[in-house]
Design a protein around this ligand. Structure first.
Ligand SMILES: [Zn+2]
Length: 106
């Protein structure tokens, strides 16, 4: 069992973060997302890079396993994207977002 690079305690390989001190155990964390049926045959891969230059990379993959396009966002912009997705998940959130953009009282 490998040791955590920060605290030295044993950490099972399946952990992404040290359960004792929170240190990331991987420099890149990847998650795949299924496409909407209109984009059947494609998938979105989101990779969070945790090293000295943290960023989030989004790439579109086809059925052959080839990346067709990619873009990287800095952490702050990726957090703004996450906020946008959460805020617009419900009609009330969409209304609040539009009101804020139009500077209307919500
Ligand atoms: Zn640790």
């Amino acid at each position: 069992m490998p040791g955590c690079p920060r605290c030295g305690d044993d950490v099972d390989r399946r952990f992404r973060f040290c359960p004792w001190c929170g240190e990331p155990q991987r420099r890149k964390i990847v998650e795949f997302f299924r496409a909407h049926p209109r984009d059947r045959g494609r998938a979105l891969r989101v990779s969070r890079y945790l090293g000295d230059e943290p960023h989030v990379r989004f790439s579109v993959w086809d059925e052959a396993g080839v990346a067709q396009a990619a873009v990287s966002l800095e952490d702050d912009e990726a957090a703004r994207l996450a906020d946008f997705l959460v805020a617009t998940r419900r009609p009330a959130g969409v209304a609040r977002l539009l009101a804020r953009r139009l500077r209307l009282p919500s």
